[in-house]
Design a protein around this ligand. Sequence first.
Ligand code: GTP
Ligand code: MG
Length: 234
Amino acid sequence: MTQINSPIERTKVKFIAGISEAEQFQKWWEQYPKEHQKKIPIGLAMIGRSNVGKSTLINHLFKQGMARTSKTPGKTKEINIFEFTLSTSPQEKFYVYDLPGHGHAKVSHDQKRKWDALLGTFFPLVEDWCLGVVIQDARHLSESSDLAFLSFMKQLSMELILVANKIDGLKNQSERHVFNTQFIELSKNSRWSAVFKCSQDEVGLQNVIAQYLASFCLRKLMTQRHLPDSDRPI
Ligand SMILES: Nc1nc2c(ncn2[C@@H]2O[C@H](COP(=O)(O)OP(=O)(O)OP(=O)(O)O)[C@@H](O)[C@H]2O)c(=O)[nH]1
Ligand SMILES: [Mg+2]
């Protein structure tokens, strides 16, 4: 089988900022005023329950060691923003957002409120220019916080894909059978523009996902290029 290569330029990925307050994200976003839509950041948001492997997937797709990972849920406490380029258009910058996980029982009430405010500001701002990469644990698909997130997304038009992660954790035929049945059912949700399986050792699957992410970024770039030029005198 032909190996698909990743279009992401891994040596050029850069950490941009770690943002913990809603106002701080709003300020970062407002560097790109609405009137200059052609400059609005095009990006990818890694979404999912705590510990599902969002930061690990970022490291595999973009650059090893860049996002912090941990066995303990609740590791990512801020929106970490990384900048990347694609081999097909090296002069264009795109962004990947590593988000705090949802559904972590041990997080304090105050921390939850802060994250809700942060993400409640983040999603409506980025929705038109960002792909939501929704990561679920293959061993526990559609847990209550995954469903709550999808319900929240009903108000937004953001394009979403599903990644069923940690498929290496399906240990026997029976677990794989349960997963396949649930995955087929979940894939029928018309909200997904694509669905993928993945795990940290599956380089081939990661490269297929990287190709999809790149095609989203390039598609949005074309959309921006075809927007009317707001700087042009009428
Ligand atoms: N078996 C297995 N473990 C994985 C996989 N991906 C990540 N992990 C492990 O899962 C744990 C959590 O990974 P993270 O990447 O930190 O998870 P996260 O979703 O960023 O978690 P938060 O930052 O707490 O929201 C770590 O111990 C990883 O090594 C995978 O594909 N398979
Ligand atoms: Mg994380």
